[in-house]
Design a protein around this ligand. Structure first.
Ligand code: PEP
Ligand code: MN
Length: 339
């Protein structure tokens, strides 16, 4: 349930309502808008409906939230959130780009990629230190050494660092090295991990599961936010369909759907979304045109030698071209996107 306080409500009246909710063993999340304060109530439905909230001074109305996710819904907060990752804002109308190799392979490889990413104007360096590979015989990542290389590349370039964590142990380790942690498609419903990142308080990039509906994905985000961490950015990375030409089917309609349903920012990963480097530029353009808050793109200084996902990685020249193309499109679209 959402409680809308009247525009004249005093702080004391807000505090009284919040106090009563918490006394009843429920969670209260307060969101102060420009004109009105809204209080999201989470907990047992029976206890919520027994509370005489509308009798409290300063309460304008109560509105039930019918979706299974609450805090990440626009019913709870109409304004879309801006997630600040070490000074880089995601969801403020600008286009944020995270780029880099699929996996951290060596310090030389990572620094080479980081230099190109920096030169392109992208804000984030990505790179996997823990690789959840489909085959146990594929390269599994450099673990802690990979994190050290990422931190080093961040220091050298000033780029923000995002990397995937695959369990609570890797999360605890990565937290000391990176600016943002990524929950990959394969772990989107690893609820223990979602709760752990929710408690950690570091910004989270939550990828859509391989076969997850939008509702399941938003519920996964709700797990994180319900632990108190609102700094969640969603990432559409394609879903499994009957199509086999592409690695996944990039669901660009999810961008508009999520922006309608949720207050969280959403970016698009056309690399995993297609599995083919030739499709990455057109799908990046389409994602920007659809209103995505950013992109995640795999780029390698030598895709033919990449230890992971070479066929979907752009080479530096193509990546720099893509960055010019999306910047031009973004400025053309300014003020033109359908809301
Ligand atoms: C990745 O970004 O490195 C990755 C493994 O992506 P996904 O979880 O979307 O497959
Ligand atoms: Mn990859």
């Amino acid at each position: 349930m959402v409680i809308v306080m009247s525009s004249q409500a005093t702080q004391q009246e807000v505090d009284r309502v919040v106090g009563r909710i918490r006394e009843a063993g429920l969670q209260a999340h307060v969101s102060c808008g420009e004109f009105k304060t809204i209080i999201g109530v989470i907990g047992d439905k029976k206890i919520i409906s027994a509370l005489p909230i509308e009798a409290f001074c300063g309460v304008e109305k109560t509105v039930p939230i019918t979706s299974s996710y609450k805090l990440v819904s626009r019913g709870f907060q109409v304004d879309r959130r801006i997630v600040d990752v070490a000074g880089v804002k995601i969801g403020d109308g600008s286009l944020v780009v995270m780029a880099g190799p699929c996996a951290v392979e060596s310090l030389e490889q990572l620094l080479g990629c980081a230099e190109v990413v920096k030169q392109s104007g992208a804000q984030f360096l990505r790179g996997g230190a823990f690789k959840p590979r489909t085959s146990p015989y594929s390269f599994q990542g450099l673990d802690k050494t990979g994190l050290e290389y990422l931190a080093e590349a961040g220091k050298v370039t000033g780029l923000k660092i995002v990397t995937e964590v695959i369990d609570v142990a890797s999360l605890e380790l990565a937290a000391g090295y990176v600016d943002m942690v990524q929950i990959g498609a394969r772990n989107m419903q690893n609820f223990q991990l979602l709760r752990a990142v929710g408690k950690l308080g570091k910004p989270v990039l939550l990828k859509r599961g391989l076969a997850a509906t939008i509702e399941e994905w938003l519920n996964a985000a709700e797990y994180i936010v319900s632990e108190g961490n609102f700094d969640v950015v969603l990432c559409e990375r394609g879903i499994r369909t009957f199509e086999e030409y592409t690695r996944n089917t990039l669901d660009l309609s999810a961008v508009s759907a999520v922006q309608h349903l949720s207050n969280l920012p959403i970016i698009v990963d056309p690399s995993h979304g297609t599995g083919k480097w030739r499709l990455v530029q057109p799908m990046s353009m389409a994602a920007v045109a659809a209103g995505a808050d950013g992109l995640m793109v795999e780029m390698h200084t030598n895709p033919a030698e990449a230890l992971s996902d070479g066929p979907q990685s752009l080479n530096p020249a193509n990546f720099l071209q893509l960055m010019n193309d999306v910047a031009e499109l973004k400025s053309f679209l300014q003020g033109r996107l359908i809301k």
